[in-house]
Design a protein around this ligand. Structure first.
Ligand SMILES: Cc1cc2nc3c(=O)[nH]c(=O)nc-3n(C[C@H](O)[C@H](O)[C@H](O)COP(=O)(O)OP(=O)(O)OC[C@H]3O[C@@H](n4cnc5c(N)ncnc54)[C@H](O)[C@@H]3O)c2cc1C
Length: 428
């Protein structure tokens, strides 16, 4: 083993917990300072109408199998679950429709299928169908996916199908999304085959099965198990310790919280990027995108038929909310635990800590296509998250003995964070 050193980890979200556990397993002395009263970060829980639910992340990408492997390692293999299948719904000012079955990243691969005609109208579908007869064109990795798709498929396909999917995955306008940022190597495939054939090819090579998974009881169970395992390896987790400053003194780090001073040989910053940038001056400040989630528990038997399946994406300004998840429809464990009420989660882009309770019922009504009333609300819980779309940090070790992981380093999503940890050489 490397020389035993004294480490402080700032933040007990998944990245901080993974780093701390790795370091403790390698024999180091590790303590985590966490601002909240419980570990978990954005993979933590909220209580809605007596049920513990995910406060932030609610599923993980199965890509690479990293999170699944971690869950099994933590004894959660039996609790791994897949969400209900079925298409997402799209709701815009003009129409509501289920996302066409045949497609990839919103690109319809069977343009004249009835579900595409329903979505785009006959003229929009015919316009998209023309693409197969267009010769492929040279597309560069930096070209905008939106612009390429508009040229080849027309505006209707882009605005009604591709944009909602891109917003859901990348939280940005499709016209601003580089084609190779949407999918690495896609520009070359489009240049060779054209857009629809390249999308059909991607779809055919995508591994079978669901692209995401969850955990029976919520994925916050994973960070709870991770925290328990880290503790079992000797990690001390100090909660309600908000780190406010960090200084280097005589080859040691001094870390200040609101109430105490701690020192360490090495520090891992695993707090969201805006916090990390305030603590580490070398770190470039990045835009702070905020997302608010409003979870409603409703006395609404009219939703038992799951009128819009498990989820809805809002297009344009049809509602203040950008998306809705009907948790009873999406997760069998929610339906089992809440058989007599319906749990619905709305997500909003916000620029400040704004109270959205006044919008939630009207937005849910519009997106679900069912008239709901305030008196049907049994509970409403709002959580606002900062740093919803982190950007990569250039240097992962901006000063000697100072390391960045997770969102602080620009990683987003459990799959990316667990994968990064698996490759880590921290503390070796
Ligand atoms: C709304 C939303 C939904 C998401 N959904 C998904 C999803 O479904 N699937 C998925 O894979 N990913 C999802 N993500 C992304 C995922 O949650 C993050 O990538 C992941 O949680 C980042 O882990 P982290 O440990 O780096 O940071 P965090 O989870 O943010 O943890 C950081 C920790 O640092 C603590 N902290 C903050 N400031 C201080 C301070 N000054 N001192 C001490 N501690 C501090 C925080 O309290 C927190 O515990 C979602 C993110 C958001 C915002």
């Amino acid at each position: 083993m490397a020389e035993r050193r004294n480490w402080l980890v700032i933040g007990a979200g998944p990245a901080g917990l993974l780093a701390a556990r790795r370091l403790a397993k390698a024999g180091h002395d590790v303590r985590i300072l966490e601002a909240e009263d419980e570990p978990g970060g954005r993979v933590s829980r909220i209580r809605v109408d007596g049920l513990d639910m995910d406060a932030g992340a609610e599923s993980f990408a199965t890509r690479g199998g990293y999170v699944e492997e971690l869950a099994r390692e933590l004894g959660l293999g039996e609790r791994l679950v897949t969400p209900a299948g079925g298409p997402a719904w799209i709701v815009s000012e003009e129409r509501s429709f289920a996302m066409p079955k045949a497609g990839w990243l919103g690109v319809p691969t069977s343009s004249l299928a009835p579900d595409v005609i329903k979505a785009l109208g006959l003229s929009g579908a015919l316009r998209a169908a023309v693409e197969r007869f267009m010769p492929p064109e040279d597309v560069a990795p930096d070209d905008s996916l939106g612009k390429v798709a508009r040229r080849r498929l027309g505006d209707a396909a882009v605005d009604r199908l591709i944009q909602p999917v891109v917003s859901g995955i990348f939280s940005r306008p499709v016209d601003d999304l580089r084609i190779d940022a949407a999918a690495s190597g896609f520009a070359a495939e489009v240049s060779e085959m054209g857009l629809v054939r390249a999308a059909a090819h991607r779809r055919s090579v995508a591994p079978a099965g669901s692209a995401v998974m969850g955990i029976d009881g919520g994925i916050f169970v994973l960070t709870q198990a991770l925290a328990a395992d880290a503790r079992a390896h000797g990690v001390r987790i100090e909660t309600e310790q908000v780190v406010t400053a960090l200084t280097r003194k005589d080859s040691q780090w001094e870390v200040y919280t609101e109430t105490e001073k701690w020192s360490a040989d090495e520090v891992v910053v695993a707090a969201p990027r805006p916090v990390a940038a305030a603590l580490v001056p070398q770190l470039e400040r990045a835009p702070d995108k905020q997302v608010a989630l409003v979870t409603l528990s409703l006395d609404a038997p009219e939703l038992d038929s799951q009128p819009r399946g498990s989820g809805v994406l809002a297009v344009g300004d049809v509602t203040r909310a950008k998306a809705l998840t009907h948790a009873n429809a999406k997760w069998a464990w929610v339906a089992r635990e809440a058989p007599t009420r319906n749990l619905v989660r709305l997500s909003y882009n916000v620029s400040s800590r704004e109270d959205l309770s006044g919008y939630a019922v009207a937005d849910a009504s519009r997106l679900l296509g069912v008239k709901l009333h305030d008196k049907q609300v049994r509970d409403l819980v709002q959580v606002t998250w900062h740093d919803a779309a982190p950007t990569r940090a250039g240097d992962r070790e901006p000063a000697p003995g100072l390391h960045l992981v997770g969102a602080a380093a620009g990683f987003s999503g459990l799959a990316a964070i667990v994968d990064d940890d698996a490759r880590s050489t921290l503390g070796e």
